[in-house]
Write a protein that binds this ligand. Structure first.
Ligand code: ASP
Length: 472
């Protein structure tokens, strides 16, 4: 709109006639004068409505308005030092009410932490209006923009991969999508683009990234959203583990300086610990290396390396196999063994180190990756060790086939996009940095899926519901 000025910019417009567009954030009635705080994406500007503005008394909170008027400097006694526009105000000449609002079910002028989360999710479009959530959305956008610019500059191609696909095992439960065309068959939503990015390396892409959506049917936790999350998925050919570490470290160091200038990275280069050291010294494999954990501006990154390739397989492990296998992959089954340890695959698999790397920030594992197996022979051996049956191996035959046609050595990493922002901002839950997350109870925001579907839809899919669990 012509002449439209963002609230934050009134400081540059003294003496000019401008137009503001936005919401009524606050309203103060002083008899002859009505003051409003007009809020838009940039912040807040004070507007003074005199007696010539006849509809001033109709205004209520969250009405959408268009105000034209002159920007004036406030007398020093009326200035508000606490807001960036506090030395200025707009003296309204006209006021147009573009849209009215009912009283909102949740407050918008607070940080929102103490509002019930289910209600915040139901009204997420209102919840996102609050200043803190606007900041979080903006930070998310800036992180994505920085990553894209950086990686494109380094020669990476952004390639998208399918959402309706076959299970890509990352150790979690799959989301299944029934096929209408072939009853009894299912797509799985990808737990990550792991296999596709490896296929892209075989396809000759060499440097790939994608800000990718991943789907895992796991129980929600503070640092994990239910259902879906976003990761920065990367893969490179003809690299050593060191190349992956150096590139990732440089990207995130520069990203933090650009997007979080108030925060300080505690140690560069990032400390590197072996898995053994981390366990022995900190009792876990994602140590929090901050000096002062109450200081929100400390960013303590580190790498954890030399993980064992396998852990003891538990009942919950996804491949269940024949039950006879003892080994589960620490990272995932495509991780390459350390070249010095390959002979142990036959003699003592628990001794084998994997070329895995975990990226840790302030006590959170914010990313994981590895150098990959690029030889079908070794990949098959790993399938055997984790107890894959003949049928399970056959299910992966397309993958092994691909390695028969000249697979370059390759490796990568996938820092969690939401999780990194959550850890860097020191937010209370990862849901605070996701625009429309599912609630802790597993319901999607605003639209409250999952929900029942029409009988006819089930018929088309050839599905009969046996028994409804948790039916309210
Ligand atoms: N696909 C892995 C994950 O989602 C990351 C990787 O190995 O690059 O954790």
């Amino acid at each position: 709109m012509q002449n439209r000025v963002y609230a934050i910019d009134i400081v540059k417009k003294e003496g000019q006639e401008i137009t503001l567009l936005g919401w009524v954030h606050a309203r103060r009635d002083h008899g002859k004068l009505v003051f409003i705080d007009l809020r838009d994406r940039s912040g807040i500007a004070q507007v003074v409505l005199g007696s010539s503005i006849k509809n001033a008394n109709d205004l209520r909170l969250e009405y959408v308005v268009k105000v034209t008027g002159e920007v004036k400097k406030r007398p020093p006694a009326m200035a508000n030092e606490k807001t960036p526009t506090g030395h200025y105000e707009v003296s309204a000449k006209t006021l147009e009410i573009m849209s009215a609002s009912e009283a909102t079910p949740i407050p918008i002028d607070s940080d929102g932490y103490d509002v019930d989360e289910e209600v915040r999710m139901k009204y997420r479009y209102l919840d996102l209006r609050r200043e803190r959530m606007q900041r979080n959305l903006r930070v998310r956008h800036e992180v994505a923009r920085f990553i894209r610019n950086y990686l494109i500059e380094k020669g990476f191609w952004e390639v998208d991969t399918p959402i309706l696909t076959k299970s890509t095992p990352e150790g979690a439960r799959d989301f299944l999508v029934p096929s209408r065309l072939q009853h009894g068959k299912f797509y799985a939503l990808p737990q990550s683009p792991q296999q596709y990015k490896q296929l892209l390396m075989i396809a000759g892409v060499e440097k790939y990234f994608q800000i990718a959506r991943c789907f895992r049917d796991e129980d929600p936790r503070a640092d994990r959203a239910y259902g879906e999350f976003t990761q920065l998925d990367m893969e490179m050919s003809f690299v050593m583990q060191e190349d992956i570490l150096v590139l990732t470290e440089d990207l995130f160091t520069k990203l933090c300086a650009a997007v979080f200038p108030e925060k300080k990275i505690m140690q560069t280069p990032w400390p590197r610990l072996t898995h053994k050291e981390a366990k022995a010294k900190y009792g876990n494999d994602k140590p929090d290396l901050r000096k002062d954990k109450s200081n929100p501006n400390e960013l303590a990154f580190c790498w954890v390396l030399d993980f064992p390739l396998f852990t003891e397989q538990t009942k919950e492990d996804f491949f269940h196999g024949s039950g006879a296998a003892k080994f589960a992959p620490s990272h995932h089954m495509f991780t390459a063994p350390h070249p010095d340890d390959v002979p142990f695959l036959d003699t003592d698999p628990m001794k084998v180190r994997g070329l895995q790397h975990d990226m840790v920030l302030n006590g959170f594992e914010v990313g994981g990756g590895s150098v990959r197996i690029h030889e079908a022979k070794i990949q098959e051996k790993i399938f055997d060790l984790i107890g894959f049956s003949k049928e399970q191996k056959e299910q992966f035959s397309y993958f092994l086939n691909a390695f028969a046609y000249g697979a370059p050595p390759h490796g990568g990493i996938a820092p969690g996009f939401d999780r990194f922002i959550y850890a860097a901002l020191g937010e209370k839950s990862v849901r605070e940095v996701i625009p429309f997350p599912a609630s802790a109870g597993g319901y999607t925001s605003v639209m409250t899926a999952p929900s029942e579907v029409e009988r006819s839809q089930l018929d088309e899919l050839g599905i009969e519901i046996k028994k409804q669990k948790n039916k309210k």
